[in-house]
Write a new protein. Structure first.
Length: 367
């Protein structure tokens, strides 16, 4: 008998969680698992899921709470005694809480919660409403998370935080950040050439692009350009900020890209400025291409990827002056950065698709 997996992700994007879920679904053996996806509005992997026989249920709604009654009905429809087990998988803390509220009383259903962002971010606020929302979520985590059948974190740091702060046990399963290890052809950067900096992220406040823009305005050299792969609600504000800082001519917005390999091939340096990150696949992908990285000291998987700075350069979270200093160091002498990248390429071999699939298969078999 097969195991039924019902995977719920409210916002199914092409990066981060969306990409990890697609890779997992594609890699799980079809003889053992029957998989369905529930998401809000659009799923960029529609065609790919259809090719591998996975049904996607899309709910038209911009508010997860008001969509939960439909999530409940779809889940009831999908649960069946013909399966060995029925497992519902939720993929971020606010949907985890709602899934427990709406689904925990269903018969023949196991609920697995996946934490992809550090819960420490619930103590970083962007305004009063954000403060209220995050404190409600923290209270509900205390009350509800222990009702789940299993908790998975994509970083050992997040698992440790759940244990220390919430007294919850969680299994760490790293995301499938690399499918194939690449041989790097990157050459050590020489400062007489234009420095091409790349970042891949949503254009939202928590990604800290304002810190990157301010750092660029502080640089003593001007032969650089920044390529941004991503889109989001902060795009207009960021454009206004770049004009104010007189760096707008240096920045190119590329929008969401399903495949970032072409721009990684063009780049000399990858920068991640997030205030908080779960496990940034884009950083691992940059390292896999042999690109030196500079990352903020955000909670989550950064320290596991960079081994606390041994495999990459870390700057103080939110500090544009410190970031500018690190970029200047790279510009003036990139050799040390490339030596760290060599170590990083060895370290990221832990984050393979095969290990991700095996981790989840073992978890599902034990529920």
């Amino acid at each position: 008998m097969k195991i039924k997996l019902i995977i719920f992700l409210s916002k199914f994007g092409v990066g981060g969680a969306g990409n990890s879920i697609f890779r997992l679904c594609k890699g799980l053996p079809k003889k053992k698992f029957n998989i369905s996806i529930i998401c809000l509005n659009n799923c960029p992997f529609d065609k790919e899921f259809k090719k591998i026989g996975i049904k996607v249920y899309k709910i038209k709604s911009n508010k997860t709470f008001f969509a939960m009654s439909k999530v409940l009905n779809i889940t009831k429809f999908l649960i069946s005694k013909k399966y060995k087990k029925n497992i519902f998988i939720s993929n971020i803390h606010y949907t985890n809480v709602l899934s427990l509220i709406f689904l925990r009383n269903l018969n023949n259903l196991k609920i697995v919660l996946v934490e992809r962002t550090p819960l420490m971010e619930l103590s970083i606020y962007f305004g009063f409403i954000d403060f209220i929302k995050k404190n409600i979520i923290k209270s509900l985590i205390y009350l509800l998370y222990n009702l789940s059948d299993a908790i998975v974190c994509n970083s050992a740091n997040i698992s440790k935080h759940l244990k220390n702060k919430y007294k919850l046990n969680a299994k760490t399963i790293f995301p499938p950040s690399i499918v194939n290890s690449l041989k790097s052809s990157k050459k050590i950067y020489k400062k007489n050439k234009t420095l091409v900096i790349v970042t891949v992220c949503r254009l939202t406040k928590e990604k800290g692009l304002d810190v990157l823009f301010q750092a660029l305005s502080l640089l003593n050299f001007k032969n650089y350009k920044l390529l941004i792969a991503g889109d989001g609600i902060e795009k207009l504000k960021l454009k206004q900020l770049s004009e104010k800082l007189n760096i707008s001519s240096k920045i190119k917005y590329l929008g969401f890209l399903k495949d970032v390999k072409p721009i990684l091939k063009l780049s000399n340096l990858y920068v991640n400025t997030s205030y908080f990150e779960g496990f940034p696949n884009s950083v691992v992908e940059a390292i896999n291409h042999g690109i030196p990285v500079i990352c903020s000291q955000s909670h989550g998987g950064i320290n596991e990827i960079l081994l606390n700075g041994k495999c990459g350069t870390i700057f103080n979270n939110g500090n544009s002056f410190d970031l500018a200093d690190k970029i200047e160091e790279y510009y003036n002498n990139s050799k040390e950065f490339f030596l760290k990248t060599k170590l990083a390429k060895k370290n990221i071999k832990r984050f393979t698709l095969r290990k991700n699939i095996t981790g989840y298969e073992n978890l599902f078999s034990k529920l």
